[in-house]
Every structure is written in structure tokens, then in C-alpha cells.
Unconditional design. Structure first.
Length: 503
């Protein structure tokens, strides 16, 4: 009898045969095919993401010049996307330049499958399919997936983080807190927006926390939720201090992605208009975000009691994080944060009453159309290039860098170049073999002892954007014009020059 009592529970269908598993995989693959087709169309039309080009150059350097050395990977950007891109690049038959796009479309495809599964459990497969399709076709989602700046993985992680908020009022509260803490910690290593998200969540967590727990042990609740994130932040600072002697280097270095648009604030319309302010930024984010995702406003009428709280917390977090990031000159444009509103939208859809399904669908469709109008009118170069390439051919190639990279591919010898300034050159060269780069001992020795400079030196012109980032140019300010004793000029452009040791 004992064996019989345990047989039936253990004889449940395997996970592969559960209802909805196969359709979820179909949704994932269909989304992957759609986004891959869109990326192919953009690339065919000449679209070029500087972030994707930079990521490709880093992959080449990791593969050819330094392997997986921790000191090269550095701490000026989150690392998960970098290493996942590296693993993807090892797959045979892949053109390396498209690898940064593949990670984003794969992440958003997984997100689509997860959305469908979550919605199908409460709303049925048909409504789940319609709503998932509307969310995937939303321009903020499409831009996140195909623009090539590694935001798709962050969107997936943020949705997984927001899903845990639903469990805060359930029976297994502790599991919900630990899941939240784990995803928040992981988000720090995935997305540079994590710092603002964590800060923006703090004042709103009380809405989803059990009221009796907040009365008895509010500090314990916040410690459980935030200690892993704080440990991640402290460990990151410690590694910065160990390798570079400055614990806050990832926040202070001008080239750090954790600083966002701060270094280019004077040429970014969003920061020029509302950067350094909080009230105008808040008004604009609400005015753009809620019309783009209007179904959020229907969340209070969800069929699950208290389901509105998770939606409200996630929405307030996104708007608050965007406001804080604009005030601190991080957010280069509003869509960078407003695209995260997909997460609270999906939470609200899951709790929708059967009688509200049609109004919600109308709201989703209206939001999609309004968002397209918004995204075509935002005067941000990165968005303008993307929207233009959707319709017409564009010419975004850095021609001088591409020509120099092709030339360097033929001139094979130890070559000193700063990959921060010349990442497009390395991408055009298609490998990083024989390159002497700033993280290497050879580069530092050459700066300290000019007589030990390598056979070939690539330097950018002073006064140009590339020259301002070029460590060689900063250390030897005269080398671009005058060269170096024993070296001759063998390649010249408006921006780049190559000096080669005389035989």
C-alpha cells in the first residue's frame, strides 16, 4: 500500500508532455525567426550599431590577444553578456560581427516563450498568443532586441525579477524573497541599469511585502532582499581596487558603461533638455511610457486580489529608475528605461479578468501604435538610425576605420593600438593577433620605455573623438604629427596614421 500511495504522484507526465510546453517552444522559435529576419533586413540596409561593433572587437581581442583574462574583461561594463557572446562566437559557421545581435534576439525570444507560458496558464492559449504577439511587435521591444546594444538580456532578467514580486504574498514567502534577491543580484552583472533599478525599488517594496512582516521585522525583509545585491556591488568595488587600485573606478572612469550618457550629455537631446532634473524627466517619462503601455492602467481591476500591487511596484520602479538616471545624466534617451515597462504590462495581463480581455487588447493595440509614433519622433541618433534603416538603405560605416583595418590585415607585425579608440579598426581587421593593447604588459612597458615600442604604431589625431580616447596619443602627444625616432609614416588618413620602424 505504501508503494501504491507513492506511485500515482510520481507517474505524472514528463515536462516535455505537459500542456503548453510544445506551443511555448513554437512561440520561442517563431519569435526567433521574426527577429532574425528583422536583424537581417536592418543589416542589409546598412544599419550598424556602434555597441555591436565594440562588442565584436572585444570578442576578437579575448579570442586572439588575451583569452579569458579577467584583467582584460575589466569592470567598466557588466560581464554576463560579454562571456555569453564569447561562447556564441565559438559556434561553427557564425559570422562574428552578428554575434552581439544574436544574444539579444535569443534573449527576447526566450522572453516571448516565457510570456506565452505565463499568460496561457491564466488566460488560455489564444489570448496568450495574441497578447504575446502584441508585446513582441511593440517598437520598444523590437528596438531592444535588434539594435545590438545588449539590452535584450537585461529585459529578460528584469521580467524574471518582476515575476518574483507575485510570490511575496503567497504561501512560500521566503522562496519569493530569495528569488527576488537572486535575480536582483544577477541583474547587476547583466545590465548597467541595475543600480538605478535597485534604488528605485526600495521605497515601493512595502506595497508587496506582507504587512505583518513589515510591522515585526522590516529590516530583516530588506536585508534578505538586498544583501546579495550589496555583496555583488562590494565585490565589484573590491575587484576594481585589487586590479586598478581604485574601488569606484567603474563609476568614475569616463569610458565606463555604468556612467551611461554622462560623457556625451552635451550632444544627447534628452539629456540636453531634461538632464540633471527630476520633475521634468518624471513628467516626460510618464507622458511617454503610459500611452505606450496603457494596459497598465487596467491592472487595478485584475481578477487576482492584490495583483495590482506587483504591477504598481514594477511600473513605479521603471519610471523612478528612468527619472533617477536622467537626474544623474545616465539615461541617453527615455526608451532605454521605458522599454522595461513590458514587465509590469505582462504582470497585469496575467491577472486580467475575463470580462476585461477585449478592452486590454484594444489598449495594447493602441499603445503599440502610439509607441511607433513616439519612436519615429524622438530625435536621438541611435533611434533615428534604427527607424531609418527599417525603411531605407543607410550608410553608417566608419569608412576610415574599415579602410585602416583592411590595411592592417595585410601588414602583419606587432602593432600597438588602443582598442578603446580603435575598436572599429580591430573589427575590420577581423582578428587581434599580434596586437599590443592597453591591458598588456608590453603596452605599459612601451609607454614607460619608448625605446621598446613595437614595430608598428597606430595613433589617432589629437582633437578627434578617437584621439581623445587614444592612450598612445595622450602619452605621446607629438607622435601623430612628428612620429618617433627611427619610425617612418607608412599610412595616413584624416584621423589615423601608422608609423612603422625603419628596417
Amino acid at each position: 500500500m505504501g508503494l501504491a500511495s507513492t506511485w500515482l504522484p510520481s507517474a505524472r507526465p514528463r515536462s516535455g508532455s505537459k500542456p503548453g510546453t510544445l506551443p511555448a517552444a513554437v512561440v520561442l522559435l517563431a519569435t526567433l525567426a521574426l527577429l532574425s529576419t528583422l536583424v537581417s533586413h536592418l543589416l542589409y540596409n546598412g544599419y550598424l550599431s556602434q555597441d555591436a561593433l565594440n562588442s565584436y572587437a572585444r570578442l576578437l581581442v579575448m579570442r586572439d590577444a588575451s583569452g579569458l583574462r579577467l584583467e582584460y574583461a575589466g569592470f567598466l561594463s557588466p560581464q554576463v553578456a560579454l562571456y555569453l557572446n564569447y561562447l556564441i562566437s565559438l559556434l561553427p559557421g557564425l559570422e562574428g560581427a552578428v554575434v552581439p545581435y544574436l544574444l539579444d534576439i535569443a534573449a527576447v525570444s526566450v522572453l516571448a516563450g516565457l510570456l506565452w507560458r505565463d499568460l496561457a496558464r491564466s488566460q488560455g492559449q489564444l489570448w496568450a498568443l495574441i497578447w504575446t504577439m502584441l508585446l513582441v511587435l511593440h517598437p520598444f521591444t523590437l528596438w531592444t532586441a535588434t539594435a545590438g546594444f545588449s539590452a535584450g538580456l537585461g529585459l529578460l532578467a528584469f521580467y524574471c525579477l518582476c515575476r518574483t514580486l507575485r510570490h511575496f504574498q503567497g504561501e512560500s514567502q521566503l522562496k519569493g524573497y530569495l528569488r527576488f534577491a537572486g535575480w536582483l543580484c544577477l541583474l547587476f552583472f547583466i545590465d548597467e541599469r541595475a543600480l538605478f533599478i535597485a534604488l528605485a525599488l526600495l521605497p515601493w517594496m512595502a506595497l508587496v511585502a506582507p504587512s505583518d512582516l513589515l510591522r515585526r521585522a522590516p529590516l530583516a525583509f530588506y536585508l534578505v532582499c538586498y544583501v546579495p545585491f550589496l555583496l555583488a556591488l562590494l565585490s565589484w568595488s573590491y575587484l576594481n581596487w585589487v586590479y586598478y587600485g581604485e574601488g569606484l573606478r567603474f563609476l568614475l572612469d569616463p569610458d565606463s558603461r555604468f556612467r551611461g550618457g554622462l560623457g556625451e550629455a552635451h550632444v544627447l537631446p534628452w539629456l540636453t533638455e531634461v538632464g540633471g532634473t527630476w520633475w521634468p524627466a518624471l513628467v516626460w517619462l510618464v507622458a511617454i511610457g503610459l500611452p505606450a503601455f496603457p494596459s497598465i492602467l487596467l491592472a487595478p481591476w485584475g481578477r487576482v486580489p492584490g495583483s495590482w500591487a506587483a504591477v504598481a511596484v514594477a511600473t513605479a520602479c521603471v519610471i523612478g529608475a528612468g527619472t533617477l538616471a536622467t537626474w544623474l545624466w545616465f539615461a541617453s534617451h527615455p526608451v532605454l528605461f521605458l522599454s522595461l515597462l513590458l514587465a509590469p504590462t505582462a504582470l497585469g495581463l496575467r491577472a486580467t479578468r475575463p470580462g476585461n480581455r477585449l478592452p486590454v487588447t484594444v489598449a495594447l493595440t493602441a499603445g503599440l501604435l502610439l509607441a511607433w509614433l513616439v519612436i519615429f519622433r524622438i530625435p536621438i541618433a541611435t533611434l533615428t538610425h534604427w527607424t531609418t534603416a527599417l525603411q531605407y538603405s543607410v550608410d553608417l560605416d566608419p569608412h576610415e576605420e574599415l579602410e585602416l583595418g583592411t590595411w592592417l590585415a595585410q601588414s602583419r607585425m606587432p602593432t600597438m593600438i588602443d582598442d578603446q579608440a580603435g575598436f572599429a579598426v580591430i573589427a575590420a581587421r577581423r582578428d587581434a593577433q599580434d596586437l599590443v593593447l592597453p591591458f598588456s604588459d608590453e603596452f605599459r612597458i612601451a609607454l614607460a620605455s619608448p625605446e621598446r615600442l613595437p614595430a608598428q604604431i597606430v595613433v589617432a589625431a589629437p582633437g578627434t573623438p578617437q584621439g581623445s580616447q587614444d592612450a598612445i596619443n595622450r602619452h605621446f602627444p607629438q607622435i601623430w604629427r612628428e612620429g618617433h625616432p627611427g619610425y617612418q609614416l607608412v599610412y595616413e588618413q584624416e584621423v589615423w596614421r601608422v608609423w612603422q620602424r625603419q628596417q
